[in-house]
Design a protein around this ligand. Structure first.
Ligand code: SF4
Ligand code: SF4
Length: 472
């Protein structure tokens, strides 16, 4: 492409030359891919809405309680102590998305991203229902404020606000847990003013994003879109315009009845601009792969409809790689793809292994800071500790006590014999460990302590035991 033809890369399709926002009024999509995307979006919307309300073994299916640092993923409870698993999960997520981007471009954006699903499949469809299709929307935007415009605008704003409020509620259920959200609703907002304020702030954010900011999220704010240029290569499959076929020898030309386009050397693109009119990010896909394209497939459907009307083969815009278009090369499993897949398999294996090795009860016994040791009658050395037990299961762990495993000695709980660690909760306290000096070999001995429930060993942990140097 010449410098002039590349000029579109210097600007963003939705920003005018004077720096103001160029509002996009996309034509209502229709066609094969749009229909498939509708089915996928129904499934994903149902999943997103239901996930915080579904429980397995009493655990919310998905929960991200950042404030209390409690997380449930697929009903498996995670605590801050499991943070390393989260990090691995995040790395797997990044590799997975990268792998997909290398192979299939931004397929995730068009088909699975919650931003696209809510915008294109919920808010935009309501807009078409209230304001009409592209032409009617442009007319409504340009017309003076009259009764019709006020009625349509107010109706739309109210419906958008209600949906934003519902999304904010679901979002809150992910954050604080659905049980608590339902309880707050039953109690009434006046009993939980701070939560209500948070809810209204979330509502305002969602309203702003879906009613006004819209495609700007994908173009300006989303880092994934920016990563595209690094990840894509000529073999990546993206929504692409077949410029070889579309431009022919003499370039794109308007359609004329009964003409022989092939003989005239005209390309198959009839320059009808329907692919541009339908694009929700306001770009012309015929300029090539662009940062703004979210691979929504609306232009594929639109161009296919046009091709059908003018009796030309479909697929002028289609899922294709640059090499497929220019060199007629088929999709290959490239070394880069093989590398990403191997890393993905290894990380998934590590994650599964760690999930299986993860204990249901996590025990930590630490020496009380600033305390040394006490010399007691009968040559006994005593150290004082704090303990913290985290029960990650949905059942109480009862009759818990400790026993020394590595040494002969006793563990004395302060103010209790044994105790219960409630389900998905923790128990903390203080204990003394007493060991006869004869059994101690160093001034900082590593000792192993067993955690017992109902007399059964359920976990072991290690800690340090201090003793005076004279005993070595
Ligand atoms: S819809 Fe197809 S034929 Fe029409 S301008 Fe776009 S690429 Fe060309
Ligand atoms: S260029 Fe096509 S696939 Fe990309 S965002 Fe626009 S309509 Fe969607």
């Amino acid at each position: 492409m010449s410098q002039d033809q590349e000029n579109f890369r210097d600007t963003i399709g939705t920003i005018r030359e004077d720096g103001k926002r160029a509002w996009v009024f996309p034509k209502k999509p229709s066609g094969r891919f749009y229909q498939y995307r509708k089915y996928v979006s129904y499934f994903l919307l149902a999943f997103l809405i239901a996930a915080p309300f579904v429980k397995i073994n009493g655990n919310q299916f998905l929960m991200f309680n950042v404030l209390e640092r409690r997380f449930n993923i697929f009903s498996l409870p995670f605590w801050p102590q499991d943070f390393y698993l989260f990090v691995i999960l995040m790395i797997i997520g990044v590799v997975f998305v990268s792998l997909f981007t290398v192979a299939f471009g931004r397929i995730f954006c068009g088909w699975m991203c919650p931003q696209t699903i809510f915008l294109e499949m919920v808010f935009r469809r309501i807009e078409y229902w209230i304001d009409g299709d592209r032409g009617a929307q442009i007319r409504l935007d340009r017309q003076e404020w009259n009764a019709e415009k006020i009625r349509k605008r107010v109706t739309k704003w109210i419906v958008f606000f209600i949906i934003s409020f519902l999304i904010a509620n679901v979002f809150l259920a992910y954050l604080i847990g659905s049980d608590r959200l339902i309880q707050y609703v039953i109690d009434g907002p006046l009993h939980h003013v701070s939560t209500m304020i948070s809810l209204l702030i979330f509502t305002a954010v969602f309203y702003f994003v879906f009613a006004w900011f819209r495609e700007q999220v994908c173009i300006i704010a989303c880092p994934y879109g920016r990563m595209q240029s690094v990840l894509l290569d000529n073999k990546s499959i993206v929504v692409a315009y077949d410029h070889k076929r579309g431009e022919g020898e003499n370039g794109r030309k308007k359609f004329r009845k009964s003409e022989d386009r092939e003989a005239l050397g005209n390309g198959d693109c009839i320059d009808c601009f329907q692919c541009v009119n339908v694009c929700p990010t306001g770009i012309d896909i015929r300029n090539g792969t662009q940062l703004e394209c979210v691979n929504c497939t609306a232009c594929i459907d639109e161009c296919d409809t046009i091709m059908e009307k003018v009796n030309l083969p479909k697929g002028l815009i289609r899922y294709a790689s640059e090499d497929e278009i220019t060199k007629k090369e088929k999709f290959k499993f490239s070394p880069r793809l093989k590398g990403y897949t191997s890393v993905l398999f290894i990380l998934t294996g590590v994650l599964i292994g760690m999930l299986f090795l993860r204990n249901d009860l996590e025990a930590n016994i630490l020496r009380l800071p600033g305390q040394l040791y006490e010399h007691k009658e009968g040559n006994i050395i005593s150290n004082v500790y704090t303990y913290k037990l985290i029960n990650k299961t949905t059942k109480d762990v009862k009759d818990v006590n400790f026993k020394l495993i590595s040494h002969k000695g006793i563990v004395k709980l302060v103010r209790q014999e044994d105790f219960t660690v409630p389900a998905q909760d923790l128990a903390e306290g203080t204990l003394f460990i007493e060991i006869n000096n004869a059994a101690i070999k160093t001034d900082k001995e590593k000792i192993e302590v067993g955690v017992y429930s109902d007399g059964e060993l359920i976990e072991t942990t290690t800690t340090a035991f201090l003793a005076p140097r004279s005993y070595k």
